[in-house]
Design a protein around this ligand. Sequence first.
Ligand SMILES: Nc1ncnc2c1ncn2[C@@H]1O[C@H](COP(=O)(O)OP(=O)(O)O)[C@@H](O)[C@H]1O
Ligand SMILES: [Mg+2]
Length: 321
Amino acid sequence: MNDYDETYLDDLDFYEEQLSRSTRQRKTAKRKQNSRPADAAEVINLAAGVTMTYVPARFEAEWLKASLASFYTDEMISDVTASVKGGKEASVYRCKAQPHTGETLLAAKVYRPRQFRNLRNDKLYRDGRTILTPDGRPVKTTDHRMMRAIGKKTTFGKQVSHTSWLMHEFTTLEQLHRLGAAVPKPFAVNDNALLMSYYGDAKTAAPTMNGVRLEAREAQRLFAEVLRNIELMLMQGLIHGDLSAYNILYWEGNVTLIDFPQITYAATNSHAQEILRRDITRVCEYFRAQGVASQPHQIAADLWTRYTESNPVEDLMPTTI
Ligand SMILES: Nc1ncnc2c1ncn2[C@@H]1O[C@H](COP(=O)(O)OP(=O)(O)O)[C@@H](O)[C@H]1O
Ligand SMILES: [Mg+2]
């Protein structure tokens, strides 16, 4: 058995425990609508009869069907045709879209069960961020039950934090897509998965830029396009937080920025300036290898001054990350 399977087994134990717990809870307490994240056991029931051309690994099947069930029942997708990429934190699948979406294919990003306990709860990113509920609203800090659960990292608390990461990604995509940023269009979200526009074709998904070599002219044009997006985000007070060639897709001569759960708020995160500098430095490193020279620190400093000067971060900490 390889590492991957072992992690899966481990995850599934945890997930199963969570499922049986939520079933038990249902017997004693009637679920209040929208008062907590969707019940995974209910989702499992919905998964019955789901069509899936893609044949998942043994341990993946139930989890995957449960995670995508709402996209089937809401008639967003009719099939899952392939796994695009399985990562440590999330896996992305190519799905057949229902015609009314206006797309032929869609990408479903499904967070691994591991996320329930091994969250990207890096203090660096949570700093100054609100917790978002499944409907995308911030949790009130006066909701003591919720805050205590999150603080104590109970199963419920972990689910709340997990949902919050996903909702940050989804709401950010909505906002940026509306503003004309080069990001996937988000179509739907549930408490474990996100559905968005897919880049690639029926056989191959778009590569991430780290595996792409560019001609000098194209490199120049795409560098400018990535910077336009960084600037557009910063105009909204947003910093990607994990930007690099690994999180930029390249398809038909265009770039698309992906992977937004670590979105950082310039006005409230005290490390925002260093996070911006790191994002820009990584982007510049890739483009330097493609023949485009630049001064990342200068670019970051200029952008920071232009868009955040009027709204300085309190107690900016001189950290190195
Ligand atoms: N909308 C999309 N269309 C095509 N491929 C995608 C899309 N979104 C993600 N991918 C692929 O899935 C991989 C993982 O997605 P990403 O959002 O970066 O999650 P993570 O890095 O946290 O696992 C990406 O590196 C990319 O190869
Ligand atoms: Mg990524």
